[in-house]
Design a protein around this ligand. Sequence first.
Ligand SMILES: O=C(O)[C@H](O)[C@@H](O)[C@H](O)[C@H](O)COP(=O)(O)O
Length: 233
Amino acid sequence: MTELSLHEFADGPTLADKLAAQVAHRLSSAIEANGKASIAVSGGSTPKKFFQALSARDVDWQKVTVTLVDERFVPVDNPRSNHALVRDHLLQNKAADAQFIPLFHQCPNADEAASIATREAAEIGNPFDVVILGMGGDGHTASFFPHGDHLAKALDANGPRCVMSMEAEGADEPRLTFSFSSLSDARLLVLHIEGEAKKDVLKKAQDGTDETEMPIRAVLNRAASPVEIYWAP
Ligand SMILES: O=C(O)[C@H](O)[C@@H](O)[C@H](O)[C@H](O)COP(=O)(O)O
């Protein structure tokens, strides 16, 4: 069973600040121990304030590699690009010196982009020092969507560390996602969610076991690392 801890905050800005402090501390400790640090972040609407808070923190950013937990199969000039979100809100201020490894590559299909991303991500080393997951109202996390075409493979704890493609009814476009095995043993594994509705989704996820219906259950039930849940109304 995975150990879960719930950290609740009065509001989103307070959460963003506390999470940024904790993540900056972990990145700095990793740099002290290994000379480098890695972080994989989620896209979507929730992380913007956290990205801005983290970008202002004192970390030796030149030694940090940033990548995405998952990406939409769209170029960086598309408003739905997670790369664009990270570029505009995280790779700014002090964090402008960090190295970014994108998952999207201009290829005929998402599988080919996933192969390139897998090769490039292998350079980062493993496990990630920090992984920040989000969660959708349908119980997806990363691009582990309910009934996704490659969901079983993506959630296989013994599957390879890789980036894979994913298509699902609930996803607007094909996706690229790190596999569960690449994310679940992060040295700091955070699930960042906000709002009462997401708390209800979390509760529903904890009340059942079917991962095809709510893939977040894989993280909550069998992540190799403890899961730190950060929540604000
Ligand atoms: O690209 C994405 O959409 C994500 O990385 C995704 O897994 C996200 O974390 C959740 O969908 C929550 O999204 P919101 O923060 O927008 O609710």
